[in-house]
Design a protein around this ligand. Structure first.
Ligand code: NAP
Ligand code: F7E
Length: 339
């Protein structure tokens, strides 16, 4: 049985990658960090099939111990402080976890078994203020947040361990990808959740920031397949993964509200300057030609299908919560300008 270790298993991508690898017959080691509350809601249905470990990217010995104990053949580092605005609130922590955390994993692999294949979750945010469109593996980086700066470090150190030690390390430069398991703070889920809540009469208004920002939004269920494909090649390399189509936040709102059968989205949506970022990324769109040519990867779930799935899921979840008298989880207020 092949053995893969997923660091960041409680996140959106960690949950889908776990399912994908279990279906492929892998023995899956799953790393989450110790927190005061349970964060395993996305993997509750497969917990009995995972070997759970706890470790934190800011703690070298915890990472080393897990890799030595589980002895994986593949390690996927999906852990990061991934909500961009948090990185302005805690820029040093962003560097510790999202940047240096990658080196900690690479060092643990190098000393324990340098033949382990490693996947690093890099991001289109590294392109930031773009110099060319669409963006591919040769586009220069101009990161616009402490998160993106930390990810640029993570990307380069991944390439560096390949070049310095001949290790099998790959960096997947993934564009935004969403799903019904997306965190409630990210704009796609904030919008689909609000459309569902407004439809059910649970909410009146939706406050948003920059409606003109454009992103290349794909579906997480397609993107975890690309991660795995990268580690199955004969040679390690870096790949851009995206759909090649950009849409604005405004387009996403319009589509989500229509999917919830709400006419005239403008009557529900307000813009709030407090939700603007100190520096935003205005336009990202992928050239994923290399992933198509070399990995044979292509997205299968359309933007329209994904947003419809998210709206349907949110309506069902809120309806169930209301019927059972449960508290409903809301996006956290975004407060990074109050400090
Ligand atoms: P996510 O839902 O926010 O999951 C992040 C995971 O990282 C969670 O399991 C979280 O654990 C864990 N984590 C955070 N800090 C940690 C630490 N110090 N030590 C150990 N674990 C820690 O993110 P995602 O959307 O699945 O994304 C997965 C990865 O891809 C992230 O690295 C993200 O930056 C990157 N990425 C995401 C996208 C996207 O559009 N989704 C695009 C490109 C790249 P808790 O549950 O304990 O918080
Ligand atoms: O914002 C604008 C916001 O928070 C998208 C992470 O997974 O993808 C994600 O980062 C855009 C930005 O994602 C609101 O200003 C407007 O321009 O959904 P987001 P992100 O920042 O692109 C990349 C690839 C990652 O790597 C990250 O980990 O939407 N926007 N109004 C808003 N965004 C939020 N969150 N909330 C708003 O009210």
């Amino acid at each position: 049985m092949p053995r893969a270790l997923i660091i960041g298993v409680t996140g959106q991508d960690g949950s889908y990658l776990s399912e994908f690898l279990l279906d492929k017959g892998y023995e899956v080691g799953a790393v989450s960090r110790k927190t005061s509350s349970d964060s395993s809601w996305r993997i509750g249905h497969i917990l009995d099939r995972l070997q759970m470990f706890s470790a934190d990217l800011v703690d070298q010995s915890s990472i080393t111990k897990v890799i030595e104990a589980f002895k994986p053949q593949e390690v996927y580092n999906l852990a990061a402080m991934s909500f961009v605005p948090h990185s302005w609130e805690a820029p040093v922590l962003a560097g510790e976890a999202t940047a240096l955390g990658v080196t900690r994993v690479l060092e643990a692999i190098r000393h324990s078994d340098p033949a382990i294949r490693f996947y690093q979750a890099s991001t289109s945010e590294m392109f930031g203020k773009v110099s060319q469109s669409p963006q591919n593996e040769d586009t220069i980086f101009h990161p616009r947040s402490p998160y993106a700066v930390a990810k640029v470090y993570g990307h380069h150190i991944t390439v560096n361990y390949r070049e310095s030690y001949g290790m099998f390390t790959c960096s997947g430069i993934l564009f935004n990808h969403e799903s019904p398991r997306r965190g409630l703070d990210f704009v796609s889920r904030k919008i689909t959740r609000a459309a569902a809540a407004i439809k059910l009469g649970l909410q009146d208004k939706l406050k948003l920031g920059n409606l003109e920002a454009r992103r290349d939004w794909g579906d997480a269920r397609d993107y975890v397949r690309a991660m795995w494909l990268m580690l199955q090649r004969d040679e390690p390399d870096d790949y851009v993964v995206g759909t090649g189509q950009a849409r604005s936040v405004r387009d996403l709102v319009e589509f989500a509200f229509a999917a919830a059968e709400l006419e005239d989205w403008q009557q529900y949506v307000e813009t709030d300057p407090k939700l603007l970022r100190p520096a935003d990324v205005e336009y990202l769109v992928a050239d994923a030609g290399k992933a198509a040519r070399v990995l044979g990867w292509r997205p299968e779930i359309s933007f329209e299908q994904m947003i419809s799935d998210m709206v349907t899921h949110d309506i069902q979840e809120l309806t169930r919560a209301r019927q059972q008298g449960q508290a409903v989880c809301e996006p956290r207020p975004e407060r990074w300008k109050d400090v």
